[in-house]
Write a new protein. Sequence first.
Lengths: 107, 122
Amino acid sequence: DIQMTQSPSSLSASVGDRVTITCQANHDISNYLNWYQQKPGKAPKLLIYDASILKTGVPSRFSGSGSGTDFTFTISSLQPEDIATYYCQQYDNFPPTFGPGTKVDIK
Amino acid sequence: QVQLVQSGAEVKKPGASVQVSCKASGYTFTGYYMHWVRQAPGQGLEWMGWINPHSGGTNYAQKFLGRVTMTRDTSISTGYMELSRLRSDDTAVYYCARDPLRGSLNNWFDPWGQGTLVTVSS
């Protein structure tokens, strides 16, 4: 199975700050990577697919980049409603696997 | 709009089985693969398997082979996930999720059901 790691595991930032999360795969997964947002007590929601494509309707302050083994997820200006845990997920290899998540809080 | 609505919370004893349902609406049920993903309390996301609602074909994660069965009833646009020989570490929220592209298996998930908490306790 492809192992996914994320860093940091948690972070606190102020409203308006730029927030960056990294995700690393232990094998080349090309751009077959998604990012999900999970708010407390809710199901995950897809934000970005194919590493960098923003799902329709998702605010443009969210973005993703990367390919191969190293990926980045950015919130350009953190908003209070962005408090959540963010997961990366690879779908290049079977089985699909998730990173351990990054919890984002407001400072 | 596309919606997946799951059955309610369950409490089961160790060794028992549980079946969770996922009713789809807003799209052609047989046109999209359905996945099941679980999340133990305070933990991350774990993919369990998929079912092709058109053919009934399935594929399960190695970890769950022999204990999980995914089925569907196309007449009511509903998928089911049954997990048997439950253990305390099966306590989790179980989610169904649709593969987003019609007619193809992509192994990503959009949208998700609201989740079903399964508690395994003696």
